[in-house]
Design a protein around this ligand. Structure first.
Ligand code: NDP
Ligand code: 8X3
Length: 256
């Protein structure tokens, strides 16, 4: 099923999984709405979308933690862009890897506000239009951290467990509509994720993927394209994706 004529909103499109997904959806024929905080990066991704796939794009430089800004940006889209068919709730982050009793409250707020509340704000703004039009796909990017808890993962894992609950809840709420709700839950993907988690410490970030071949944003994007291109009666509920050298959050095989 081609995505020609479909309109996709991707949050966190400036980097990693979101950027790769925007490009992959554009490659399959979708027009893409690119949302993230770094406006210049959105423009660069948009230029790439146009150059590589001659697809239409529009940038929404927005912080998903700001409910009013989310509403104003999405509701203020030009008419063509209003009819969003595909929502990829990808924007998210981990901040730190501390024990709870030593944790940084600001890091907790950032993760909770972005990964849970931001996802809810965007969903609350976009999904009513899908219900009205009787079509749509919502794909939430969860994590293996939404199924397991690992040392120091505490609050990040809690936010991804919440994403899992929200995915399931939304699927129940929309069961009497044609709208499909899915979750893609990766293990180790090499993006800017660990650089953000370790606040710019690139060496520490590199070590997370040392000795194994991690997933890439493109690997995750492939699965997202698969999910949204199924026939209308097929709803992929949840996909966990690991690199071959990973078996769980804590079981990772590394070559010397
Ligand atoms: P990146 O850091 O490369 O990308 C994160 C994206 O989220 C960026 O585009 C960033 O854009 C955006 N973002 C962060 N905060 C906000 C905000 N407040 N408002 C709007 N956009 C925001 O990491 P990934 O691509 O790896 O992460 C994408 C998703 O995948 C996250 O939800 C993450 O939890 C999840 N994930 C990642 C895994 C991994 O190993 N990498 C594994 C499992 C899940 P900007 O900074 O420009 O706003
Ligand atoms: C990102 C994967 O294992 O670093 O969600 O938490 S992990």
């Amino acid at each position: 099923m081609s995505l020609n004529g479909r309109i996709a909103l991707i949050t966190g499109a400036t980097s990693g999984i979101g950027k790769a997904t925007a490009l992959a959806l554009a490659r399959e024929g979708a027009s893409v709405i690119l949302l993230g905080r770094r406006g210049e990066r959105l423009e660069e991704v948009g230029q790439e979308v146009k150059k590589r796939y001659n697809a239409s794009w529009i940038a929404l430089p927005v912080d998903v933690r700001e409910l009013q800004a989310v509403k104003t940006a999405i509701k203020g889209l030009p008419e063509y862009w209003q009819k969003i068919d595909i929502l990829i709730n990808n924007a998210g982050l981990a901040a730190g890897l501390s024990k709870i009793h030593e944790g940084d409250v600001e890091d907790w707020e950032k993760m909770i506000d972005t990964n849970i509340k931001g996802l809810l704000y965007v969903t609350r703004t976009v999904v009513p239009g899908m219900v009205e039009r009787g079509r749509g796909d919502v794909v939430n990017i969860g994590s293996i951290a939404g199924h397991e808890v690992y040392p120091g993962g505490n609050v990040y894992c809690a936010t991804k467990h919440a994403v899992d609950a929200l995915t399931k809840g939304l699927r129940i709420d929309l069961v009497d509509t044609p709208i499909r709700v899915s979750s893609v839950d990766p293990g180790l993907v090499e993006t800017e994720f660990s650089i953000v988690r370790f606040k710019g410490d690139i060496e520490r970030a590199k070590n997370v993927y040392k000795g194994l071949k991690p997933l890439t944003g493109e690997d995750i994007a492939d699965t997202i394209v698969f999910i949204v291109s199924r026939p209308p009666h097929v709803q992929i509920a949840d996909v966990i994706i690991f690199p071959t050298a990973q078996a769980s959050s804590m079981v990772v095989h590394r070559e010397e």
